[in-house]
Design a protein around this ligand. Structure first.
Ligand code: ATP
Ligand code: MG
Length: 418
């Protein structure tokens, strides 16, 4: 028997209609980011593995177990990008653009070898933006304000949760007291948590385990350990969010899984779902550049998981409702004439999709086909119509059919369909 090929586990095809919705959604995100003065950068899918180890951190889930890494023929360790921020920073440094303010966005596939389930794939898509070069809370506000603007343009309202995890020294001090506290309960932890306690204790804070959550409720809070500067930065951000009426929930236990974050961290979540409910995640990473180029450059950003956003918003592009025309020809001799009409319609509006029937069967079977393809209108051309420079335009919705001269077709369509 012939082998039936399938996608690699955890990866999926995005077929025609889903792809259309996907692109329309992506266009909305792009246009919002452009309006906020962000510009696109495209970085390669493959990077040196060490870039991710150095930036994301080696005690993190991504670096520890989720990367697709391999040795190339020269024995260099290469990885498929698991996220976008490290590559953006690398690209700005490499291109000598790290001295000024930079606002960039990216959109594309990312790869993580995790257990596939709803909202979790091995190839998924992120749209992200990075704001580099501004330390003030105004940059944090601008990033959150952009995401808020995106949600408004999609008519959705996920919940913003936010926290400040202070700067690296604050975090070191906090981790010490946190570990001292958690060690007392080590026997109640599962293996994964025990491992985190050793490698990345902060990650225990976002445990989904009820017993652990209980233990955490009286654990020391990071807020009590962050520096005065970090506190003021955070309070300034919150008060401008209040002033702009952007709703948020402070969450002491929100930490992000990547090492490079400091100060502001945030997520947008779907409160109606319990699993894989983070649609967007972001935060400040003032120490990432320093790690990569020995120069301190403040920055922050966010990434939206496109598959999760599609699922959450049930996105269909209502504003750009397309109109499908289906051309029915009854005789091969009229093919050229039909193509003139097809182009005439396409030129009226980008909303108009025009396709042809590729057979010259009887009209009934062609109309049936048009129906199956969800055509909105059929343009019917027989010998008579072509001789008189006319066509029949049939609305598949109302059934109304009119005979229209080709010279009047454009104005008829503009008046009645556009
Ligand atoms: P999670 O806790 O869900 O694993 P994360 O902290 O690993 O998320 P980030 O690295 O912050 O996620 O990625 C940003 C967003 O990208 C997530 O909020 C989510 O919407 C999406 N995302 C991350 N991993 C996946 C995946 N494997 N499949 C689909 N979407 C993903
Ligand atoms: Mg993850």
């Amino acid at each position: 028997m012939m082998k039936k090929f399938q996608t690699v586990r955890g990866m999926k095809d995005i077929m025609q209609s889903e792809s259309k919705a996907y692109r329309a959604l992506e266009n909305k995100l792009i246009s919002a980011a452009n309006q906020y003065g962000f510009n696109e950068i495209k970085t390669p899918i493959l990077e040196e593995t060490s870039l991710f180890i150095k930036s994301i951190g080696d005690g993190t889930d991504i670096v520890e177990k989720e990367m697709y890494s391999f040795l190339d023929s020269k024995k260099n360790s290469i990885s498929m990008r698991p996220e976008g921020t490290a590559s953006c920073a690398r690209a700005l440094i490499q291109n000598g653009l790290n001295d000024s303010i930079n606002k960039v966005w990216y959109s594309g596939p990312f790869f993580r070898h995790e257990r596939p389930q709803k909202g979790r794939y091995r190839q998924f898509h992120q749209f992200g933006a990075e704001f580099i070069g501004v330390e003030n809370y105004e940059a944090d506000f601008e990033i959150i304000s952009l995401v808020d603007y995106i949600w408004k343009s999609l008519n959705i309202n996920p919940t913003l949760i936010i926290n400040s995890i202070g700067d690296h020294t604050d975090r070191k001090n906090y981790v010490k007291v946190l570990v001292d506290y958690l060690k007392k309960y080590e026997t109640s932890f599962n293996d994964n948590e025990k491992n985190k306690l050793k490698l990345n204790p902060l990650r225990i804070l976002d445990s989904k385990n009820e017993k652990t959550k209980d233990i955490l409720s009286s654990a020391p809070k990071i807020n009590d350990y962050i520096s005065k500067e970090s506190k003021i930065h955070f309070e300034n951000l919150l008060s401008i969010l209040d002033a702009k009426n952007i709703k948020y929930k402070k969450d002491d236990n929100l930490v992000r899984g990547l090492d490079y974050y400091n100060r502001t961290v945030f997520e947008y979540i779907d409160t109606k779902s319990n699993t894989q409910n983070t649609i967007c995640a972001g935060g400040r990473y003032d120490f990432l550049f320093e790690n990569l180029c020995d120069k301190k450059i403040p920055a922050l950003g966010f990434a939206i998981g496109i598959e999760r956003l599609m699922e959450y918003s049930g996105y269909i592009d209502k504003e750009n409702k397309l109109v499908n025309f289906y051309i029915i020809i009854l005789d091969e001799d009229n093919y050229l004439y039909s193509q003139n009409i097809a182009n005439l319609i396409r030129n009226i509006s980008k909303k108009f999709i025009v396709s042809n029937s590729y057979n010259y069967n009887n009209i009934k079977s062609q109309l049936k086909k048009a129906d199956k393809l969800s055509a909105d209108y059929c343009v019917i051309i027989g010998a008579e119509e072509s001789k008189n420079s006319e066509c029949q335009l049939k609305s598949m919705n109302s059934g109304l059919q009119e005979n229209i001269n080709i010279n009047a077709l454009e104005s008829y369509i503009k008046d009645n369909i556009l």
